[in-house]
Design a protein around this ligand. Sequence first.
Ligand code: G4P
Length: 544
Amino acid sequence: HASAPNTDPATAAGGAHSPGNDAAGVQARRRRTFAVISHPDAGKSTLTEALALHARVISEAGAVHGKAGRKSTVSDWMEMEKARGISVSSTALQFTYDDHVINLVDTPGHSDFSEDTYRVLTAVDAAVMLIDAGKGLEPQTLKLFQVCKHRGIPVVTVINKWDRPGRSPLELLDEIEERIGLIPTPLYWPVGIAGDFRGLLRRSDEGFIRFTRTSGGATVAPEEHLDAEAAAAREGDAWQSAVEESELLSETGADHDQEMYLAGQTSPVIFASAMLNFGVRQILDTLVAYAPPPRARDGVDGKSRQVSDPFSAVVFKVQAGMDTAHRDRLAFMRVVSGTFERGMVVTHAQTGRPFATKYALTVFGRDRNTVEDAYPGDIVGLVNANALAPGHTLYSDPRIEFAPIPSFAPEHFAMISARSAGKYKQFRKAIDQLDTEGVVQVLRNDARGDASPVMAAVGPMQFEVVTARMQAEFGVETVVNNLGYTVARETDKESAPGLNRQRGVEVFTRSDGVILALFSDKWRLQYIEKENPELTLRPLVAAS
Ligand code: G4P
C-alpha cells in the first residue's frame, strides 16, 4: 500500500468524480443507526450500558444513564427532571464495533413518554424491540412498534432477562406473531429455560455459545464456542431441548430471510440478559450483519437524495434550556447525505437562510463533545438553533426539502390559559413558539376562543414542559385543566358539524390545519362510528 497512505476504508475508496462524496457513501455503509423500543423496565438502560461496554466506549457498565443511585451523566436540565431522576433529553450514543459505527438514538420512554419518543423513530434506520421475557409485549412497546411499522423500520427482537424465571420461548414467539403479525425468526435459541440461562444455540450452524457470569455483570461475559457434540456432552438435556425446538422452528419456516426482514414482515430474535451481558455481542453482530445502513431519502418534490450526494440533514428534535446556565436551544439533526464538517455554512430549507454550524456537538446526556465531521446516519446537536424545528431540512446545494415529520396520535388533552389576563400577549406568543417547536400540538375551536387553546400530547409530561417553559422563558404563569378526552381522529369540514352534535365529542382545528375530533373514550368513538357511517374518521399515526 505504498501509494495509499490513507488506509481508512472510508476515505481510501476515493473516486474519480468527487472523493469527498464517495467518502460519505462508504461511511454510510459502515453505519447502523437504531433505537431501542421498549416498555419501561424492560431493560433499555441496562442494555444501552451493555452495548457500550461491548463496544468499549466505556470500560464498566453503570456510567451511561442517570437513574437514581447510578452514576449520573445524563442531563438534568429541569428541576422536575431532577426530582424524578429521569432524563427528558433525547440523546445519541455513538460507538464503533467491528469496524462499524453504531449510532444508538435514545427514545425517552418512561413517565417522560412524549411526541419526541415517536420523532426519534424518524431519525433511525432500524429498531431493536426489547421485551421482558416475564412480561411479553407491553403497551408502550406496541405503540412504538406501530410507528416502526408505519415508517417501514425493520425490527430486531430481543427477549431480555432470560436469566430470570419466565415464560417459554415458543410461547413468547407465538405472542409476537399473533398480536402484531410479525413473524419471529430466531437467529439464536436459548440453551436453558428462563432462569437457567447457559448460552445460545446459533441456529445457522448449530454452534453453542456458552456464557460465564461475571461479578455484577460489570464486564463483558466470557464466551466459549463449542460444537454441537461438545455442547451435548456439556449441557445434556438443556442442549437437547434447544436443538429440538430449533428444528421445530425450521419446520415452521421461522428462519431468517433478509428481504422479509427489511420489508418489516419478519424479525430476527435474540434471547439475552442485558444485566449479565449474555447475548449482547450477538445483538451487535446482528445489527452489523442485517440492519440496513442509511439509505436515500425522498424530498417533497419526489427527487431522492442519495447518501453520497452533497450534505443534507433532517432536524428531528429541538431541546430548549437543557443547560440552565446558558438557556440554549439545541437542535438534533440526523445526517441524511454527504459529509458534514463543523463550521460549514448550510442552508435552512424552510427559511432559505444560511445556517452556520460552528457549534456542532455530539450529545449524550450531559457529555458534550464538539463534532468535527459526521456522515449519513450520524446525529449532531446544533447549539442556538433558534429557527430550527422538528422536520426541518438543512442542506448544501443543490436544494432539498424532506417531508415534514407527521404528528402522532395524541392521547392527552388539556386546556391552557394565562393565570392573569394581562399576560395574554406573552401567552399567545409563547404558545405559538412552543407549538412551532413541536413541544405540544395546539388545537383551537370557536367555542373556546383563543385565550384558552387546547394542548394535545402523546404523554402528559409534554404539558409540564409547556408550563415550565412558559414560566421560565416567557414569564407567563399558566393554568392547565385536563380535559376528559382520550382518543383523537382526523376528520373533515363536512363531518365536523355532525360530530360536534354528539355527546362526548368536540371538534378542533390543529395549527397545521388538520381537523381533529376528540372523543371521551374508544367506546364512544366506536358507537359513533357505527351509528354514523357517513362521518369521516381516520386514525392518526400510532393510534392505539
Ligand atoms: P428501562 O431502562 O427499560 O426502564 O430498564 P432498566 O435498564 O432500568 O431495567 C429495569 C430493571 O430491570 C432494573 O432493575 C434492571 O437491573 C433490571 N434488568 C435489566 N435487564 C435485566 C436482565 O437482563 N436480567 C435481570 N434479572 N434484570 C434486568 P431495578 O431493580 O429496577 O434496578 P437496579 O437496582 O437493578 O438498577
